[in-house]
Design a protein around this ligand. Sequence first.
Ligand code: HAM
Length: 426
Amino acid sequence: MFQAPRGTQDVLPEDQPYLAAIEATIRRLSDLYGYRRMDTPIFESTSLYVRGIGEGTDVVDKEMYSFEDKGGDSLTLRPEYTAGIMRAYLEHGMHTRPQPVKVYSIGPIFRYERPQAGRFRQHTQVNVEAIGEADPALDAEVMALAAQLYRSLGFQGLSFQVNSIGCPVCRPGYVHGLVEYYEQHRQAICPDCQRRLARNPLRLLDCKEDRCQPVIEAAPRMEEALCPACSRHFALVLSYLDRLGLSYVLNHRLVRGLDYYTRTVFEVWAGGIGAQNAVGGGGRYDGLAEALGGPATPGVGFASGVERIVMLMRQQNLPVATPPEPPILVATQGDEAKAVGVSLVSAWREQGVGALLAFGERSLRAQLRQANRAGNRYVVIIGAEELANGVVAVRDMASGEQESVPLAGVVEALGARVRTPQETDD
Ligand code: HAM
């Protein structure tokens, strides 16, 4: 038997209401905040991600699903949205539109990671980007949108972790100091950090190994090294968050896993989604456009893993609306009755009334059981006797009452009844 590839998941019909709730919420909030939907290809040039996300990141070094297509081009399945959205912004000259260009997306993301609870090789992201504006109020807006997304879905107990990682003016000096400091503690740190020291020193700060913790705690802090412009930007972002009443934790170790970030970075943490506790993350990326060969263009954005949101929704028993069962089921006995049933359900559906036909050759009793289990409100029964008399029997499954209705008028009569809200007994 085949199985879904490791790290992938099927989203069965009963899981879909969660996705629908998340999609409906992001769509509603995007309208409120003025974000428009935008879609980019599921694969892009490999070099887009190498240049955008950066060599030395786990995503580029280890996790990309890259392949050569039949024309010999190296392509990569989307490992995140931001680089592709920025590529499209530049390609379509979107700088000529009113700035910032504010967009959201939702779709599959691919990363070759070691699968575990909450970590998959294919996951789904809700992603928002606001490109073309450096105003710190925009950083706060993106974070407010993230907060409202989670709040609207009913979450409690999430924590916003916030930091500033500076810019090309102040960060190199900080990283230099960090490397010097780490050189003195080389023997105390884990093998991964030895590698990070050479490849991606900022990532030293979010090592989870026990033995590295004291070294991290005593390490120099970025906030003390921020240049005046970054310092002012960060202070303004925090003042807006305060004004919005959005509580956050200043986390000087928060550095994120993608190289394009400048200034503001943030993550939203939650308990109970496995070893990964970030349900969402984002930040500002004022250097990304230039890294892709475009003109200097600031931007800020955020993404959240849909599967992680769903895990949390289940854990916190958050309600989701399930789609309604069609109110009518037509149960028939014999070929002639089945033919009448085929026409009846079709007539209701054409009128916008949900109706099911019971298939197969089961007894009427079995067909009624089906309706009872599924929760169809009315069962329309067509047996030999009904056919002979030109009627159908309509059973109200809520009250158990059954009445005889002329076949010629049943589409109208029952259609009208299910269109008006019914009182239910429960
Ligand atoms: P990221 O932190 O790499 O950021 O991913 C965003 C979110 O996607 C994570 O917080 C997590 O919920 C989810 N996620 C990531 N990897 C996995 C995985 N293997 N399995 C399940 N869920 C996962 C970005 O991708 C940035 N592009 C976000 C951004 C947008 N920054 C600015 N704009």
